[in-house]
Design a binder for this molecule. Structure first.
Ligand SMILES: CC(C)(COP(=O)(O)OP(=O)(O)OC[C@H]1O[C@@H](n2cnc3c(N)ncnc32)[C@H](O)[C@@H]1OP(=O)(O)O)[C@@H](O)C(=O)NCCC(=O)NCCS
Length: 215
């Protein structure tokens, strides 16, 4: 049975209009997790471009939400070679080692299977033992080359119930996304207030400077 609740949060798809939440999640990753996710140190600017909605149109993202905030994600992208795709995971530090990666990986495997993906690739740094443990748990074959590890999984053909499982999960995801809307609106409102406060502070600062210069 599909179980969306894990470690105090909900696992569900990230819908097209929610890609900004994915971008904010990737920007919140600590330096080590960011390096592990992208295979090297990357700047905020790089992440902003990487997670621009136009750059994500062909990706399927499964997310882990806590109080409407995206704290973990599994991104699936089809590769040019038919029947092959790549998966990449990111969990914020406070939610790591609590089974979230495993739950997201299971969900992304279901999505891959239903898209007739026969081979799923997972790339990670050679020292990223946790990702390798996770891939092994799902019977991935690991190979190591030039500082990195590649996990390859053969996805089984989807049994008839597999598509039904994804559809059922999608409809409960949609309901969960609707429930998250108030939290997103509150966050936006807070940002808007912060920005207004900053502008007011800047204006106060400018005024002080003027008074200073005038003296
Ligand atoms: C790698 C990552 C996705 C793993 O997700 P996670 O939620 O931390 O992992 P899980 O809690 O599901 O654990 C997966 C397996 O890793 C191993 N593991 C996890 N934490 C562990 C710990 N502290 N000690 C020993 N083993 C551990 C276990 O084998 C575990 O499976 P089990 O609990 O069933 O035995 C996550 O830590 C992360 O996002 N890291 C930063 C980004 C990254 O490395 N991405 C991968 C490149 S694509």
């Amino acid at each position: 049975m599909y179980e969306p609740l894990v470690s105090g949060g909900t696992v569900r798809k990230v819908w097209d209009g929610e890609t900004e939440l994915y971008r904010q999640h990737l920007l919140r990753l600590d330096a080590e997790s960011r390096r592990n996710r992208f295979g090297g140190a990357v700047s905020d600017e790089y992440i902003r471009r990487y997670a621009d909605p136009s750059a994500l149109h062909d990706a399927v993202i499964c997310g882990f939400f806590v109080d409407g905030v995206l704290r973990g994600a599994a991104e699936l992208r089809l590769l040019e070679h038919p029947g092959e795709a790549e998966a990449a995971l990111s969990i914020e530090r406070a939610w790591q080692s609590r089974g979230v990666g495993s739950a997201l990986f299971e969900r992304v495997l279901l999505v891959a299977r239903n898209r007739q993906i026969e081979r799923l690739h997972v790339l990670c740094l050679a020292e990223n033992w946790r990702m390798q443990q996770l891939a092994r748990k799902f019977h991935a074959q690991l190979s190591f080359q030039s500082g990195g590890a590649i996990g390859k999984l053969k996805a089984a053909r989807p049994p008839p119930l597999s598509i039904m499982r994804e559809l059922a999960a999608d409809s409960s995801d949609l309901a969960a996304a609707i429930l998250d809307i108030p939290a997103h609106l509150a966050e936006r409102f807070e940002h808007a207030n912060d920005a207004a406060e900053c502008r007011a502070r800047d204006a106060r600062y400018e005024r002080l400077m003027l008074v200073d210069n005038w003296r």
